[in-house]
Design a protein around this ligand. Sequence first.
Ligand code: NCD
Length: 297
Amino acid sequence: MRHLISANELSQEILTELFKRADEIRENGKQYADRLKGKIIATLFFEPSTRTRLSFDSAVMRLGGDVLSTENANGNSSATKGESLLDTIRIVENYADAIIIRHPDNHSSSEAARISTVPIINAGSGNKEHPTQSLLDVYTIYKRFGKIDGLKIALFGDLKFGRTAHSLMELLNQYQNVEVYCLAAGDLKLPEEEYNSHVLPNITFHECTTISEVPKEINVIYQTRIQKERNDGIACEPIRIDKKILDQFSNEVILLHPLPRNDEISPELDDDKRAMYFEQAKNGLYVRMALLTKIFE
Ligand code: NCD
């Protein structure tokens, strides 16, 4: 593995290996404490972030590496002076052994990888991809159910602009017989031309228009936020989940959310054993540590 640009680069074999390593790191982090010794990793963020940037920074430090972090590269880097992303990469590659990048342009990471002499990890590119988020999403599901094959997963919210939903589809397609039930907030539907059973043959897609159409025996509900910053006034009505709604599903269902949330999940669910979004965010640290060790192998 050199770069990670899209979730579709992660085969089931690599996923299994990364999940196993994430488990090992979780249990015995000390063994990995020097893995990135002598390495400098740049986290170059042109869009806001809490979890992704800090968990990457923490992952690098826990592996013994050092971090160069730009949390507001749009406002605080030479981008304000008109420097192109590619020129920024040509400079930062001299200072860092890998670059983790978040950028509003869908092709930012792939373009960066095309010219970079050091590994590029996509930490969110426009509305298209967020492969490391899907890695921790699938890891969380895998830990809970011990498998991905045959699971039924409901996707709620902004399926049009939500990059985490898009990367999640790419990763789920690495498994067999996954059923995905889409319940979009208003017109924010999954782009059909890219996410369908011809392009992603291991997923059967079902479109729902109300919560009552989502099967009771669903395994996972993946809730998402309306991407206000990308939504050009498209009609949408957020789907809110509270205890009453969650109680309509099986006791075994898990509720995930990439976070940050607005009001699409009621805080009354935060201590509910079905609500796993904080555990999911915590898992991000271990899978990102696992990924970094793999990139430098
Ligand atoms: C997501 C993102 O940036 O796409 N956040 C994250 O990385 N956990 C989801 C979002 O912003 O809604």
